[in-house]
Design a protein around this ligand. Structure first.
Ligand code: PLP
Length: 416
């Protein structure tokens, strides 16, 4: 067999909360002016109450509302796939499985949190959402979720991606969203996730009908993404595996990695690996300290690995990995030694993405290519060591709107 499906009724009915399971508690976010821990009231202008509660919740499981489950059923549960042809090409004894999150309407894992975020805002009477997007995957996901729950969505898109990916904008507009390049006040600036977050937070803070929505980094976002790992656990059992030896995913802000890896945190013998670009090496070269989530210093201070909130990464094609910080949960796991981190230049990433396309057929997002690079190296190491290893990774998105990046790679125009 190559693919394992769960029926719609097996979609998880609760999210997995890692917070009460951490042996050392997470540092709290701090108010940018007072440097005291933020209170729910501080966050109320930006987020609905339910998400603020989830951000701080110590409940081991958080129920998924029925209307959210109904919307997730448009594409979930997603398949678990065994990459047999890649294994054969590598002559590896490793068994490689991936969770295919590219089958969602927006083409990535991002709708797993866009849908609940839109739902909670809607039931609290919010009319409009503002957000940032890097590669365009998150903006697309929120516009799609906004269409489901009849919310207006304004997306600030990192200018470098806005120029590289016109079709992502068209997708967002098709779902009824509106898109503006960021930073809004500096037309020559390539932008970064940090500048786009500043623009989106400013928008939400200046309008009473608008809340802000973040596609990664925060605890509640990683919580919503745990449906990926929960389903994968069931599907690996169906595939006859006791469990994975190693779980890998690309890491930008940490949401797809958190989604697939957090349910495995209590399984101490499972290795967890974050994969990032060498040009934006937050976990591998950054400092662990409190920093702002955005360039302008409008957000709370988060305890995380960071390259500095004013760091502007080069315009690599994996726009979703160009973030100066990382989720506090992911940073904490790396700091505590529970998770490893590794970085690759984009040439090596595209080499792996093309090998995957030529064996498995599907063309991945440049972000996902980072995970595939690391998976191939894990599988080759297993061959060297002569050990059978079960590798699980998150196929976080397809690359069908990223073909300009493949064109650059195939024509030798891609700088590392
Ligand atoms: C396909 C894909 N994978 C991965 C990422 C990285 O984000 P995160 O670390 O939040 O999963 C993105 C972000 O835009 C993405 O679009």
């Amino acid at each position: 067999m190559n693919r394992w499906y769960l029926d719609e009724k097996s979609l998880p009915d609760a999210w997995f909360n890692v917070l009460p399971r951490l042996s050392v508690p997470l540092d709290p976010p701090l108010h940018p002016a007072t440097r005291q821990p933020v209170t729910p009231e501080d966050l109320a202008p930006l987020f609905p109450t339910a998400l603020i509660e989830q951000e701080m919740s110590q409940e081991p499981w958080v129920d998924i509302p029925g209307q959210v489950v109904d919307a997730l059923r448009l594409w979930r549960p997603t398949p678990l796939v065994r990459a047999r042809r890649l294994e054969e090409a590598l002559h590896t004894p490793a068994r490689i499985y991936y969770k295919d999150e590219s089958v969602s309407p927006a083409g990535s894992h991002k709708p797993n949190t866009a849908v609940p975020q839109a739902y909670y805002n809607k039931i609290e009477g919010v009319r409009r959402l503002s957000t940032e997007t890097g590669a365009g995957q998150w903006g697309s996901a929120l516009c799609f979720a906004g269409a489901l729950f009849d919310l207006e969505v304004k997306v600030y898109m990192v200018r470098a991606s806005f120029q590289q990916k016109p079709y992502r904008r068209v997708l967002m507009e098709t779902w009824g969203g509106s898109v503006e390049p960021s930073p809004v006040d500096q037309p020559d600036h390539p932008g970064s996730l940090g500048t786009a977050i500043s623009d989106a937070v400013r928008d939400a803070a200046s309008r009473s009908d608008t809340h802000y929505s973040l596609g990664s980094v925060l605890n509640h976002v990683l919580l919503h993404q745990t449906v990926i790992g929960l389903e994968a656990k069931e599907q690996l059992k169906l595939a006859g595996e006791d469990g994975p030896d190693v779980v890998l995913a690309a890491c930008g802000g940490g949401s797809n990695l958190g989604g697939i890896a957090l349910p495995f945190v209590p399984d101490e013998d499972v290795r967890l690996v974050a994969v990032e670009p060498t040009s934006c090496p937050t976990l591998t070269r950054g400092k662990f300290e409190y920093d702002y989530g955005d360039v302008a210093g409008l957000t709370p201070l988060l305890s995380m690995y960071t390259l500095g909130h004013d760091f502007v990464p080069p315009s690599i094609h994996a726009g979703g990995l160009r973030y100066h910080g990382d989720a506090p949960i992911i940073s904490h796991l790396v700091k505590q030694g529970r998770m490893e981190a590794i970085a690759y230049p984009q040439g090596k990433v595209f080499e792996a993405a093309v090998q995957f396309a030529r064996t498995q057929g599907t063309v991945c997002a440049p972000e996902t290519g980072h995970a595939i690079r690391a998976v191939i190296d894990e599988a080759l190491a297993a061959k060297e060591e002569g050990v059978e290893k079960v590798i699980l990774f998150d196929y976080s998105g397809h690359g069908l709107l990223d073909l300009a990046a493949y064109d650059d790679y195939l024509s030798g125009r891609l700088p590392d």
